[in-house]
Design a binder for this molecule. Structure first.
Ligand SMILES: [Fe+2]
Ligand SMILES: [Fe+2]
Length: 238
């Protein structure tokens, strides 16, 4: 909203002082009117429940970003490199979700009370379970409820963003569940049929039921390989 006010002020300032009805000024009047109409139609978030939910979402996403980076470091130390990369990619997604919410809050000052569960830094199998709980309860369920509230308060566009981000959290949940299952069953680097394995260090790809013991290109061991079918996606552009 403030950005639009600035644009209107800027446009008015641009008009020559003694010539605001000249052709130079008139050509900018429709744009100014359009912005003023947009401002009049834009519902303010101030004091709404939706504003509180956006603020809580921003803080929770930034917290998840940090925690997933810690979890990725632990997974790497345990030699579970595919899990480390999945945590880092999920962290990147949460960082972008936080940015979406930050943009919604931009130029506002919000006083919000945010309940938070700090979690703990455990072993990777524990960390995945903490992440799954967070993805489902603090992510999918929370955002679907937030979308409902936003719709009730007349913020359809914000509701659509909550729903879209909820679908990403569900994807994260399913992927974490799959990796937990593979760790517990000992199948992180073992498949019944040949699949493509991707070296996380050098990018070499290998087809087989298991990755090579030593990467032919960079000499790193099996643990640095991930199956391309396990839902690893390149990080989105910033
Ligand atoms: Fe997530
Ligand atoms: Fe390699």
């Amino acid at each position: 909203m403030i950005n639009k006010v600035n644009r209107v002020v800027h446009l008015i300032v641009l008009l020559p002082k003694n010539d605001r009805n000249s052709g130079y000024g008139l050509c900018r009047i429709p744009e100014t009117i359009k912005i003023l109409i947009e401002m009049a139609n834009e519902k303010s978030l101030k004091g709404t429940q939706t504003e509180q939910l956006i603020c809580a979402s921003y803080l929770n996403e930034t917290q998840s970003y940090a925690r997933y980076l810690y979890y990725s470091q632990i997974a790497d130390k345990e030699g579970l490199f595919p899990v480390g990369v999945i945590f880092r990619e999920s962290a990147d997604n949460e960082l972008h979700h936080a940015k979406v919410f930050l943009k919604m809050l931009q130029d506002t000052e919000v006083n919000a009370t945010v309940a938070t569960e700090a979690g703990f830094l455990g072993k990777t199998v524990d960390n995945i379970q903490t992440a799954m709980k967070e993805e489902m309860e603090g992510g999918y369920d929370y955002y679907m409820a937030a979308a409902k509230t936003a719709k009730e308060e007349g913020f359809d566009d914000i509701a659509a963003h909550f729903e879209a981000i909820a679908s990403v959290e569900k994807f994260h949940y399913d992927r974490f569940a799959k990796f937990l299952d593979m760790i517990q069953k000992g199948t992180l680097w073992k498949r019944e049929k040949p699949v493509t394995w991707h070296c996380l260090v050098c990018g070499y790809e290998y087809v087989g039921t298991e990755p090579p013991v030593k990467c032919p290109a960079c000499d790193h061991p099996t643990s640095h390989y991930i199956c391309v079918e396990d839902g690893y996606c390149p990080a989105p552009a910033s």
